[in-house]
Design a protein around this ligand. Structure first.
Ligand code: MN
Length: 237
């Protein structure tokens, strides 16, 4: 189909399974909302005043994407590797400068996500006013479940929870999002041209904490599904 020759084999298309479909969903970009639950912002030592603040975002490269159910390596250069359980919005249509009232038209569906974080490196970057990449854009740290098609559905109320080795660590509700699904899509679309296959991790509630090799994580979003992850040993050189 193409005469283009590459010096080496290009990377494979990043993709996720879709519930009830044989086709996989090709992933385009991954956006993450920072501090989007008040109780989590507070535990991170920052409060959010929606009346004067805008939401903020960071991105992770596709190299960080891992499908639910896998074992990941404990990453290098950290001693404080944290879980963050999140609801993921899956974009299915192009959108730019979308009004909140129209934001639902971009939604393909939802997934459960884990935004695993080298917290020590993120916080030292934050203190030095440096980018968060070393804390956040970490290989094998964007975990995502199967995608659940829910076209144009705006989730306003859903439980969100995470257990580690069977112990509840996070337990909240998507209704507590500071910027809700419509507002996030609309605001993000002011900054970026949203495209099919974009994932938006909407932020984590309170209760984040460290994991160690051997830990088993299980998260759920009511009405969407579940996600699981095992923390393995560090990768050998
Ligand atoms: Mn997060």
């Amino acid at each position: 189909m193409s005469n283009i020759k590459y010096l080496w084999t290009p990377p494979p298309v990043a993709s996720l399974p879709i519930r009830g479909k044989e086709e996989r969903l090709p992933v385009n970009r991954m956006f993450f909302v920072g501090r989007n639950y008040h109780a989590h912002a507070a535990e991170m030592g920052k409060s959010v005043d929606k009346s004067v603040e805008k939401p903020f975002y960071f991105t992770k490269s596709l190299h960080t994407l891992v499908q639910s159910g896998q074992t990941i390596h404990y990453p290098p250069k950290t001693t404080n590797f944290h879980f963050e359980m999140e609801l993921v919005v899956v974009i299915g249509h192009h959108g730019f400068q979308v009004a909140p009232e129209k934001a639902h038209s971009l939604i393909y569906g939802y997934a459960c996500g884990l935004d695993m974080t080298r917290r020590d490196l993120q916080l030292s970057a934050r203190e030095q006013s440096r980018p968060w990449d070393l804390g956040k854009d970490v290989e094998e740290t964007s975990i995502c479940s199967e995608v659940v098609p829910m076209p144009e559905k705006v989730i306003e109320d859903a439980s969100i929870s995470l257990t580690v080795n069977g112990q509840t660590k996070q337990n909240s509700n998507v209704s507590k999002l500071i910027w809700n699904i419509r507002e996030i899509i609309a605001d993000l679309s002011l900054h970026y041209h949203l495209e099919p296959g974009d994932l938006i991790y909407t932020g984590t509630p309170e209760g984040v904490g460290p994991v160690v090799p051997g830990d088993k994580l299980h998260g759920e979003v009511g009405g969407v599904g579940s996600i699981s992850l095992t923390i393995g040993e560090p990768k050998k050189a």
